[in-house]
Structure formats: C-alpha cells, structure tokens
Design a binder for this molecule. Structure first.
Ligand code: OGA
Ligand code: MN
Length: 284
C-alpha cells in the first residue's frame, strides 16, 4: 500500500496516513524512512502496539539502545530494557516512569553520552484531557537562522552536554548534583554537526542547563549559549503534537530538539519510548 505523507505545514513534522506499524512492508518502510529524513518528525495516529510491536518497528531503523535508568533507579518494564517509560503515574507511591507532570525543557535525548541515539519513538498509551503536548524544533533551521557573525564564531567549537539533570529537572541516578557547567559530568560534541543522511548542517545543543562551550571563560560561554538558544527555540521553528491515545511519534535526534508542556498532576499520562542507536557523529 502506498502511504500518504501529510506535512504539518510548520517548520517540521509530517503525519503518515495508512500505516499499521505492526506490519510494515519493505516499500512502505522505504517511504517512511524518506519522509522521516525530509520532515524530521513523523506522527502515526491510531496505532495499537504492544511493547514488542514498538520494539519491532523501532528495530527496522537499527539496533536499539537500552533505556536510561529511571529517576527512581528502577529499570522498568520487566524483561524489556529497550523500553523507557515516561509517566507521572505512581504505583504504591513509586513513579512507574520519568519526568513527572511538570514541564520538560528543550533537549536532545541522551546527548550527554558519547554516542547518543539517532532516533526516539514515543507511543501514547494514556493521555491527559489537556496539556502534556510535546513540541519539536528544527535544528537545521536553527543553524541556518543564526546571524552570520555568530555562525562564523561557532565554527569548530565544541559543547559539553550536561549529564547531571534530565529534562524534567530531576538529578540522574548516581550523579553528583554539580551546578558548575565547567565541572559537571557530560559528553562533548561539535556544536555544529553534519547529518550523515541528509548531508545538512544542524545545531546540536542537548540541554541548556550546565551546558558549556569547551575552552571559553564561563561568562563568555554563558552569553554565547544564551544567544544561540534564543535563536534556536523561536516559535516559527517549532511544531507541537497534541497527543491522542494510539499516537506514535518518531523524531531525529540529530536535527531536532523537543520539550513537553506540563499537565494536571491528577491526570494520568503513560508513554513508552524506544531509542535507536546512532553512528558516531562525524565532525561538522
Ligand atoms: C522523551 C520525552 C516528553 C514527553 O520521551 O524523550 O522527552 O512528551 N518525552 O513525554
Ligand atoms: Mn526526551
């Protein structure tokens, strides 16, 4: 079957219509893959996936990374280390997932490790009646939209992506609460990367908190990062998904960042995520 690709009309994102992700033919897969490289984020509505279905579809794109350990230290979903649970639901007083019900700030998944996943897939099992929308930003557009002088100044620079806090502001397990960007743990990546499949240049940012441009006095790094971040997260570069149960959204971590709106803590939201291994990133 030929799938329909319906671009969101925003700076990124397209909905794929007609796909059942439990059984994707080779030709459909090729079409999905092309659409993903072109639109950066894909939305598939009306899916009904088990964890194994989610893992199976994710593996079409490459080997999977294990999920990060939860804030509670738990590695949940027994026997399925590929599944990361994003949820505010608690059972016996213990959260079943990460990120609570507050805002999750702009970030790139797992960029605090040296070989971060190239893609993430997030599948909605339960959603609140309002709030909890997830926004994406086009990091090709973020790079291209920088003032020319700033583009020249950041050429060849490297950025440390902080590994201390997750996007919900929670301290990662086993990590010391260091708030000094120069000395906090993290991984170093080029600030501008070339996407290995599209060949296009993208800004590669991670998280703002504790980020640090290697080799600069801290105050200069902070000022430059503030300027870069305010350019990179402009509304016209974004698209938001208002979740419905059965939505699967996949995004490219090499050329997008994402964030999440808060929602009422009394509502239940349960999402399951996979993360697909990236190749080592070539320098810009
Ligand atoms: C994620 C993430 C936000 C959300 O799964 O990586 O950031 O909307 N999720 O749940
Ligand atoms: Mn994320």
């Amino acid at each position: 079957m030929v799938l329909q690709v319906r671009p969101t009309g925003a700076a990124l994102g397209a909905e794929i219509i007609g796909a059942d992700l439990r059984s994707v033919a080779e030709r459909e897969f090729a079409q999905i893959h092309r659409a993903w490289i072109e639109h950066l984020v894909l939305l598939f509505r009306g899916q009904s996936l088990t964890d194994d279905d989610l893992i199976g579809f994710s593996r079409r794109f490459g080997a999977l990374d294990w999920a990060p350990v939860q804030e509670t230290g738990r590695r949940f979903v027994e026997g399925k280390p590929e599944i990361y649970v994003v949820s505010n639901v608690t059972e016996n007083g213990v959260p079943i997932g990460s990120l609570g019900s507050g805002e999750a700030v702009w970030h790139t998944d797992m960029s605090y490790i040296s070989d971060p996943p190239k893609a993430s897939m997030l599948y909605a099992l339960q959603v609140p009646p309002r709030g909890g929308d997830t926004g994406f930003v086009n990091m090709y557009g973020a790079y291209e939209g920088l003032p020319e002088l700033l583009k020249r100044r950041i050429e060849g620079l490297k950025l440390k992506h902080d590994g201390t806090y997750n996007s919900g502001g929670y301290l990662r397990l086993g990590v010391e609460a260091v708030d000094d960007p120069v000395n906090s743990v993290g991984a170093v990546h080029p600030l501008v990367c070339r996407h290995p499949e599209s060949g296009r240049r993208a800004l590669y940012l991670g998280r703002r908190r504790n980020a640090y441009i290697i080799g600069m006095p801290l105050s200069e790094s902070e000022a430059m990062l503030d300027e870069i971040w305010s350019c990179a997260t402009r509304d016209e570069l974004t698209w938001y998904n208002q979740w419905r149960v059965g939505d699967l959204v996949m995004w490219d971590n090499r050329c997008t960042m994402h964030r999440r709106d808060s929602f009422d803590a009394g509502d239940r939201r349960i999402m399951h995520r996979t993360q697909i291994k990236g190749e080592t990133r070539p320098a810009s």
